[in-house]
Design a protein around this ligand. Sequence first.
Ligand code: CA
Length: 230
Amino acid sequence: MPTSTPKRILIVEDEQAIADTLIYALSSSGYQPEHVDLAQLALARLQCEEFALAIFDVGLPDGNGFDLCRQLRRFSNLPVIFLTAHGDEIDRIVGLEIGADDYVTKPFSPREVVARVGVILRRLTVVVDAQFHTASAFELDSAAGRIRYCGKLLDLTRYEFLLLKLLIEHPERIFSREQLLERIWNDPSEVFDRTVDTHIKTLRAKLRAMEPGQDAIRTHRGLGYSLQSS
Ligand code: CA
């Protein structure tokens, strides 16, 4: 449950009745919902204001939620939940591929949405609350561009750092190679298929050199990589 300062949630939805339902459900659970009905308005507010999470309708009058999420991902890791009208497999996969944290299919129960918001925010609190982000044995100091592992400073290349940082910030979340390429490498067209694997391999070697027998990075066959949270 939210604590003293209510967490602000941005709802981007053009159907007023759905927005009202969400506003009511989130307010009742102690959150502070804000509502806009256009993608452009949402983007403007996301660039200037602090939110804890955003809920994007996929079909918006001036664009779609997927494009909005892609634009958001250029400057923010804010958690995003999609509201999809179709619920088909394509929407779900597209949504998760472009960096959404979860999705809900219309018609949905407002309680379900609130529950999913709570799960994502609790998961995030673990890593965001402290000055140093910690996922199990890692201490991430983003400002200084440093990561400590079991108390020891890692000597990482730029891409190894960005890769490990992303995994630490999203413990247990599985990232596909494509997602990692898109988030970390500026121009994915100029990197090779094996770029991600190669960097994961060198990263693992550096972690193992410090803590033999431990393997913090998990490989999920056919899906991608994740970081163990404990
Ligand atoms: Ca809509």
